[in-house]
Design a protein around this ligand. Sequence first.
Ligand SMILES: *Cc1c(COP(=O)(O)O)cnc(C)c1O
Length: 356
Amino acid sequence: MKKHNFFAGPSILPQFTLDNTIEGIKNFAGSGLSVLEISHRSKEFIACMNDTIALCKELLEIPSGYQVIFLGGGASLQFAMVPMNMMNKKSAYLVTGEWASKAFKEAKIYGDAVEAASSKDKNFNYIPKNYTVPADADYFHITTNNTIFGTELKKDPDVSIPMVADMSSDIFSRPVDVSKYSIIYAGAQKNMGPAGVTMVIIKEDALGKVTRSIPTMLDYRTHIKAESMFNTPPVFAVFAAQQTLLWLKGLGGVKVMQKKNNEKAQLLYDEIDRNKLFVPTIKDPEDRSVMNICFVMADEYKELEQPFADFAKSKGMVGIAGHRSVGGFRASTYNALPKESVQALIDTMKEFEKNN
Ligand SMILES: *Cc1c(COP(=O)(O)O)cnc(C)c1O
């Protein structure tokens, strides 16, 4: 049976990425070696790294003055690297979910990290509005898409201090005004590639302003200077990410992708709003994530949660269980998820409603 992959991460990748990765494992770039066994200093891999960086710059229209690097350690390592490299005394965080909370907690180790606003009072089911960002903070940190709770900041905010964003789960899903940010980081495994690599976009003149000493491996300047080759980069993960970016470019880039993603999300939210068995956890359409769509059983149908999970499984739906802190269901509709999979989930929901 055809499987529909709604996992939140690692998550679905384009068939193009899978096919080319399989080929690269057998014979990487015509080298006669596997991508798993080739030196990161080989001319073939250096070309792959350079092309991956160039694709990031092209697809996100990254202005000059910015660098793109690829690091290990996941987005979670960035929670610490950002304050180490960017905070002298004070920073401000928009606390909109579990990942944002983790980033905020790390920042407190390095100085006076303050909450600009938080939506914790309602289990992170909305995006705070009308807050003020302290003008004396060294940076303002946001999480553009809250993978677990299903809210998203769809517009790049305007603030007067340097801005840093964790875009792990919505990078490349829509255009971004990179010029508004000092740092953007994203773990690859949601929308770019397999686990094991994190993309970081850095405005070069934002660095070098802190007085603390930074371990060499945790200093962004080390990796910028060495063009992501200071130590062995995750060769395989970078190659697979390159394939996904090539696929995205071939489809027409992030604007085209945004349109497709909005269509998929609208279809599914419409069904959740219509179907009497389900309710959305995020009420305000403006705050609803286009990438992670969360819903629960309506109060009077709570006992149907497990039966629906079983029914959906029998129809080939994979990875739709909600995160334990929200419950219910979460359908992740990343770039690579085809509209047909969203339609299959909707058909499953309709059929289950009819049967109950
Ligand atoms: C998945 C995720 C992370 C954590 O990524 P790791 O690579 O596992 O460290 C951080 N932030 C967001 C928004 C995520 O979705």
